[in-house]
Design a protein around this ligand. Structure first.
Ligand code: FMN
Length: 268
């Protein structure tokens, strides 16, 4: 899949045609999730739950937030430091793969019935289920919830400006598009990342060949949102042939209101 094109195409889809996933799509998704490994040496897995092939009728409630979906992906992972972030990175890779197949998806952290979904999954003693996503064929009809969402255009939800999210040298100096090179496109893909309630609370500080990632902490989903941002950043670097790696540094520029998470260091 072409990552940059796919990230640009992705949006949350909450209304589906009601058609169950076709066999070829089920096979492609199962093959993709079967070979996935979460980053940062954490343990996580993704399961596909199909309402129509479960053997008996099953209920997967989304409190009216999702219409017409017959199939869902569930993210399951073992609780550990940084596990949320690693698992979210992996789940976003799966959702981008589905987007590349022209399927709709939508991260759901709040609006789904955990008890309905837990009936369909066997959780290990240390495993938890925090996120699911519908996966299916987008309908042309608009969900009533979507009418209240602020959009930049017909398809895309608005995002903060580049200079509000990314900085150079210190947190008073916004990073301009030209000063961001060669990281402009990887950071632009972070800017387009989905986040819970579209909060976009990731911030990045550039110091030469090192990019420090910070988050503005908020309850529930800040660690998950960071995993999605790291996924978009690293997969875009890989696609553009920019080599480097993530590392948690002991020495990084401190900030009173932001929490340091990790740095990405470009290979020399
Ligand atoms: C961790 C996380 C949890 C989310 N939970 C929900 C949810 O419970 N219900 C929902 O309708 N959308 C949920 N979303 C979708 C966001 O509202 C959406 O990604 C954001 O508004 C940006 O819109 P876009 O995905 O169309 O770009 C969630 C997104 C993330 C990343």
């Amino acid at each position: 899949m072409n990552i940059i094109e796919t990230i640009r195409k992705r949006r949350s889809v909450r209304t589906y045609t009601g058609e169950p996933l076709r066999d070829e799509h089920i096979a492609q998704i199962k093959q993709f999730i079967g070979q996935m490994k979460p980053p940062f040496n954490k343990k996580a897995r993704v399961e596909l739950i199909c309402m129509d092939t479960a053997g008996e009728p099953i209920k997967l409630g989304t409190y009216g937030w999702v219409k017409g979906a017959r199939d869902f992906l569930a993210l399951i992972y073992e609780d550990a430091p940084f596990a949320d972030t690693a698992a979210a990175y992996m789940f976003e890779e799966v959702l981008l793969f589905c987007t590349s197949l022209d399927l709709g998806t939508c991260w759901l952290g709040g609006s789904f019935s955990r008890s309905d979904f837990k009936k369909q999954i066997i959780l290990g003693p240390d495993e938890k289920l925090r996120i699911v996503s519908p996966v299916g064929y987008p309908s042309d009809r608009q969900h009533f919830i979507e009418k209240y969402i602020v959009r930049a255009d017909k398809n895309h939800v608005s995002r903060k400006a580049f200079g509000e999210l990314f900085f150079v040298g210190n947190f008073e100096t916004p990073l301009t598009e030209s000063a961001a090179e060669p990281f402009f496109t990887p950071l632009e893909m972070v800017r387009l990342a989905p986040s819970a309630n579209n909060k976009q609370e990731w911030r990045v500080l550039r110091q030469n060949k090192t990019l420090h990632f910070y988050k503005n902490p908020y309850p529930m989903f800040d660690t998950i949102d960071m995993g999605i941002a790291l996924c978009h950043f690293e997969l875009t670097c890989k696609e553009l042939g920019i080599e480097g790696h993530f590392e948690e540094l002991k020495d990084y520029p401190a900030n009173d209101s932001l929490k340091y998470v990790i740095s990405w260091i470009e290979s020399l």
